[in-house]
Design a protein around this ligand. Structure first.
Ligand code: ATP
Ligand code: AH0
Length: 387
C-alpha cells in the first residue's frame, strides 16, 4: 500500500513528507521510500506556533486561523511530495502545540493542531491523525511513538541498537539484539531532554531574531563549555526520572532558557576588552550544546549499553553536537541513521506513514513498555474525504 507520511515537530520549522510503500508482515514490513519533500512554515506562522507552544494567549478566532493555516501547509507538503496523488492513505502527525505528560494518577493529554477532515478534503484521501490520544486515554505518555516503528523499519542488529532523534526534543529508542539472552527483551524508548529547543531559542535571542539555529554548531564552537553547570543541571528531576517519560517545550522552553542563562551569567567572567559580549553568547551556546549531548550520555549510562547510536533529526547536521556525543558516549559507535538509507528528516515522517498503515490494518501502534499505557491499542482517528 502507498502511504504518505506528514511530520511537523516541536521545532515547528515546517513539514517533512515521505511517500512510502508497505507490504508483507505488519511487524516487519517490506518498505520502500518512493519520494520525499520538505516545506517550511511561513515565518509568521512558525513564530505563532512557537509562541503558542510557549504559553502565549490566543483568541479562539486566532486559534482557528492557526489550525486552518497549519492544515493548508500540511496539504501543500503532501502535494509537493506526491503530485500524482498515488498515495492511498495519509498519516499526519499535526503540529504539537501542548503536551501534558501524566502526573501521578492524572492522565496526560496532548494537542496536535490539525483539522483532519479539512486535510482529507484538500488531499482527497483518507487521513489518519491524532495518533497520541488513544495511548494517553489508556494512561500512557502518548510519546514517544516511534520506537515500535523503529523496530519495524530499521530492525535489530547483533547487539543493543540505539536510535536518537535530535529534533527540538531528544528521544531515544533502544532495540534489543536479534540474538542472545536479551533477544526477548521489549523495545525501549523515552524522551531524554532538550535537543535543539533551548539552543534555537538562544540563537534567536542572541542574533536579535535574524537566525533560528546554530548551523553546524559554528557559533557554539567559539565558546567554552561550563561542565560544572551541566553536572548540576543533570541532577534536575526530569533527568533523574526513570522511563516512561516524555516532555516538550512546556519544560524546555523560554522560561527554562532564561533560568539557565541567568545561571551562566552568575558564573561567568565579566565581559571586557579580551572577552567581548560575543564570547558570552558563544559560551552559552557551547554549554547548551554540550548539555544536550550530556543528557543523552547520562541516559545511555543506565541500562543496556548499545553497540551503536544511530542519529536522526535536524541536530544530526550539527557537527559539534555529534562530536560532543562521541566524546560523552565512549565505546558507542555514533553514526547517522542516513547510513541505513533513512535521511535525518525522513525518519519521523516515515514512522507516521507506518503508523497510519497500522491503523488501516487495525494493528496496535503503541508500545505500553515505552509509554506506560495500560495496553496496546490502534492509534489515530481516520477522516475520509467528504462525499
Ligand atoms: N544544519 C544544521 N545545523 C545545526 N542544527 C540544525 C541544522 N539543521 C537543522 N538543525 C536543527 O534541527 C532542528 C530541527 O530538527 P527536526 O526537524 O528534526 O526537529 P522537529 O522534528 O521539529 O522536532 P521533534 O523531533 O522534537 O518533534 C532545527 O530547529 C535546528 O535546531
Ligand atoms: C508530544 C510530542 O509531539 N512529542 C514529540 C517530541 O519530539 C520528539 C519527542 O518529543 C517525541 O516524544 C515526540 O515525537 C516523536 C515523533 C514520537 O512521538 O516518537
Amino acid at each position: 500500500m502507498r502511504v504518505l507520511g506528514l511530520m511537523s515537530g516541536t521545532s515547528a520549522d515546517g513539514v517533512d513528507a515521505v511517500l512510502a510503500s508497505f507490504q508483507g508482515p505488519l511487524r516487519r514490513p517490506r518498505w520502500r521510500l518512493l519520494a520525499r519533500a520538505s516545506l517550511p512554515y511561513p515565518e509568521p506562522l512558525r513564530q505563532q506556533l512557537i509562541g503558542l507552544g510557549q504559553g502565549e494567549l490566543l483568541s479562539a478566532a486566532a486559534l482557528l486561523e492557526l489550525a486552518e493555516a497549519t492544515t493548508e501547509v500540511q496539504a501543500a507538503a503532501a502535494r509537493a511530495c506526491d503530485p500524482q496523488g498515488s498515495a492511498e492513505l495519509v498519516g499526519c502527525h499535526g503540529q504539537t502545540v501542548w503536551h501534558r505528560p501524566p502526573v501521578g494518577k492524572r492522565r496526560g493529554n496532548s494537542w496536535q493542531l490539525l483539522q483532519g477532515p479539512l486535510l482529507a478534503a484538500l488531499v482527497q484521501r483518507p487521513v489518519v491523525f491524532d495518533f497520541r490520544a488513544a495511548d494517553l486515554a489508556l494512561g500512557g505518555q502518548g510519546a514517544p511513538l516511534v520506537p515500535p516503528a523503529d523496530e519495524a523499519l530499521i530492525g535489530r542488529c547483533g547487539g543493543w541498537r540505539a536510535v536518537l532523534n535530535l529534533g527540538g526534543i531528544a528521544n531515544l529508542t533502544l532495540l534489543p539484539p536479534r540474538c542472545g539472552p536479551d533477544r526477548h527483551q521489549p523495545v525501549r524508548g523515552w524522551d531524554c531532554g532538550p535537543a535543539n529547543t533551548l539552543l534555537d531559542l538562544a540563537v534567536h535571542r542572541f542574533s536579535g531574531g535574524s537566525r533560528t539555529y546554530d548551523a553546524d554548531g559554528a557559533w557554539a564552537r567559539r565558546g567554552q563549555v561550563n561542565e560544572a553547570l551541566i553536572g548540576r543541571w543533570l541532577q534536575e528531576p526530569f533527568f533523574q526520572q526513570v522511563p516512561p517519560k516524555s516532555t516538550g517545550r512546556e519544560l524546555f522552553g523560554r522560561p527554562d532558557l532564561e533560568r539557565r542563562l541567568e545561571a551562566l551569567d552568575a558564573v561567568r567572567q565579566p565581559a571586557g576588552p579580551d572577552r567581548p559580549a560575543e564570547g558570552e553568547a558563544a559560551d552559552a551556546l557551547a554549554t547548551l550544546t554540550a548539555f544536550s549531548a550530556a543528557a543523552v550520555a547520562q541516559e545511555l549510562a543506565h541500562g543496556p549499553r548499545p553497540i551503536e547510536l544511530l542519529v536522526a533529526g535536524g541536530g544530526a547536521r550539527n557537527g559539534l553536537l555529534i562530536e560532543q556525543l562521541r566524546r560523552r558516549c565512549r565505546g558507542v559507535i555514533v553514526r547517522p541513521l542516513a547510513d541505513l538509507g533513512i535521511a535525518d528528516s525522513d525518519r519521523e515522517a516515515l514512522a507516521f506513514a507506518l503508523l497510519a498503515w497500522w491503523h488501516h490494518r487495525n494493528h496496535p501502534g503503541n508500545a505500553p513498555e515505552v509509554t506506560g499505557a495500560r495496553r496496546p491499542t490502534v492509534l489515530g482517528v481516520c477522516a475520509r474525504p467528504p462525499g
